[in-house]
Design a protein around this ligand. Sequence first.
Ligand SMILES: Nc1ncnc2c1ncn2[C@@H]1O[C@H](COP(=O)(O)OP(=O)(O)OP(=O)(O)O)[C@@H](O)[C@H]1O
Length: 133
Amino acid sequence: MRPPASPTRTSRIDLPKHTLGQAFGFAWQGVRYCYRTQRNFRIELAAGAAALTASVWLGRGLAEVALCVMLVLVLEMLNTALEALVDLVTPDYHPLAKIVKDTGAGVVLVASLGSVVVGLIVLGPPLWQRLLG
Ligand SMILES: Nc1ncnc2c1ncn2[C@@H]1O[C@H](COP(=O)(O)OP(=O)(O)OP(=O)(O)O)[C@@H](O)[C@H]1O
């Protein structure tokens, strides 16, 4: 996805020094940017919340599910950063830009599918038991 209108350029050297609190604020802006602009991020967050709720309800696999949810969200954010970087470097069509973006999306896809498999292995049997018993 293309980032919103390009921000004004400022030389890196002109930027004022920032505090630890401000650094945290910048990082939080990154999280909010992903939530606001990336539909996939919101879908993954909702699916992750559902999986965590199921894990708590079943009393099983909380650590595994939490790790998978974090992995997918983190990779989605890295993919978003990669997309923005590609658009910054080349706003025009370029075969290498396509490779970078497709591979970035592929990374998230593999992590998501792997997480679904882990979820089925960890939560499937107890869920089945709970529903039948
Ligand atoms: N500059 C480019 N050069 C070549 N192909 C591109 C370029 N920009 C985008 N593409 C192609 O279009 C696809 C979608 O790119 P886009 O930037 O719209 O990502 P997106 O739809 O936001 O992806 P996602 O849904 O993963 O966030 C890329 O995977 C790539 O195949």
